[in-house]
Design a protein around this ligand. Structure first.
Ligand SMILES: Cc1ncc(COP(=O)(O)O)c(C=O)c1O
Length: 381
């Protein structure tokens, strides 16, 4: 017998982190998907005050009722009738995802995952003992999956499908018709939908389209305060679902993962939702300006084709330099002072792409794009 579990040995560090670890301090970083803003001041003040007020204890596993009620209310425009029983506070979206795979997947079960993907999904499924089957989200189709591709991959062991819109890494977002088609597929096969909507408030050209409230109750939405309130380091998120029995199982599982979430931070997030609920709109406006800038710069470069994403904080252009794969290209850019992620870090179909997180100022985006342009001009002769 080996010293370590097959579970541990079977998972690998992600490619995004590997590039980040190679980079020095002086690079222009389009690497990690971390907003460059600070949380709204009220969040920090309320956190401090909550600690001073003695909110330093365990809370109930699912979280403070007042916060859960506030979150349920924030979903009322999608789905009526939600209350605190429909919400479980988690210690990040990452925690929420693991909880859901552990709650829904039996060893040997199959889960449909997007590809290119957020790199945690596959290892999470494998930690839960399941098998991941990837469905393509292709550049040619604006990164929206085709139902025919889903039908070709579903089998009698498939229990769940994960959708992620707005998407990391592609920025793909759904319109209502696309959402309804993807929902009908899941309904037909009686699958759970795990809908990762952590970028729900960072959308640019129309309202967010959710799987919540679309007429199917086997939907569990993962959300997070990390990106929308620029508090990646706080590690706060939640699961919301109208499915009462699923929520009971989720909350039971959460106890064994973390007992409960951080007391003082839950109070701080409640204050933030009460007094700075429009904060995500301000950062979304800035991200939109950055998106416009980076997309127009990229599309003016040799060898580059870039969609204009409607949400999230990433572009995922096709970048073609004969004889170089995306890893080699990302390394060449790093040598010239720009950190980005090779598309292959997000699955095989990400090959031929690079991911740029536009989580730096417009000035730095311009300087970074000057460097990318110079590198491509050199490589393409
Ligand atoms: C699509 C997606 N889901 C979930 C997460 C996890 O976010 P957190 O664990 O910070 O809440 C991220 C973070 O990058 C993400 O991009």
């Amino acid at each position: 017998m080996g010293d370590f579990s097959e579970r541990a040995l079977g998972i690998q560090p992600t490619g995004v982190r590997k590039m980040f670890d190679l980079a020095g301090d002086d690079v222009i970083s389009f690497g990690l998907g971390e907003p460059d803003f600070q949380p709204p001041p009220i969040a920090i003040e309320a956190f401090h005050q909550a600690m001073l007020d003695g909110k330093n204890k365990y809370t109930t596993t699912a979280g403070l009722p007042a916060l859960r009620t506030k979150i349920a209310e924030s979903w009322a425009s999608y789905q009526s009738g939600l209350d605190e029983s429909n919400v479980c506070i988690t210690m990040s979206g990452t925690n929420a995802l693991l909880n859901l795979f552990l709650t829904l997947v039996n060893p040997g079960d199959n889960v449909l995952l997007p590809e290119p993907y957020f790199p945690l999904y596959g290892p999470d499924v494998s930690i839960a003992g399941g098998t991941a089957t990837y469905y393509p989200c292709q550049f040619e189709n604006e990164f929206i999956p085709l139902v025919s591709d889903l039908e070709a991959r579903v089998d009698e062991r498939t229990v769940a499908i994960l959708y992620n819109f707005p998407s990391n890494p592609t920025g793909g977002t759904l319109d209502l018709q696309q959402r309804d088609e993807l929902l009908a597929f899941a309904k037909k096969h009686n699958l759970w939908i795990i809908s990762d909507e952590v970028y729900d408030r960072i959308v640019f050209d129309g309202p967010h389209v959710s799987f919540m409230g679309a007429g199917y109750d086997r939907v569990l939405v993962v959300n997070s305060f990390s990106k929308t309130f620029a508090m990646t380091g706080w590690r706060m998120g939640y699961i919301i679902s109208e499915h009462a029995e699923a929520m009971q199982q989720v909350i039971k599982m959460q106890y064994y993962i973390a007992a409960c979430s951080n007391d003082a931070m839950q109070h701080a997030i409640l204050a933030t939702m009460e007094h700075a609920s429009d904060y995500p709109d301000h950062i979304a406006a800035e991200f939109k300006a950055r998106r416009d800038l980076i997309v127009s710069r990229l599309n003016a470069m040799k060898g580059v084709e870039c969609h204009k994403p409607q949400g999230a904080i990433y572009v995922f252009p096709k970048v073609t330099v004969p004889g170089m794969d995306s890893q080699a290209l990302a390394m060449a850019l790093l040598k010239d002072g720009v950190l980005c992620s090779p598309g292959s870090a997000f699955g095989p179909s990400g090959e031929g792409h690079l991911r740029f997180a536009y989580t730096i100022s417009q000035e730095d985006i311009s300087r970074g794009m000057d460097k990318v342009e110079a590198t491509l001009n050199r490589l393409l002769g």
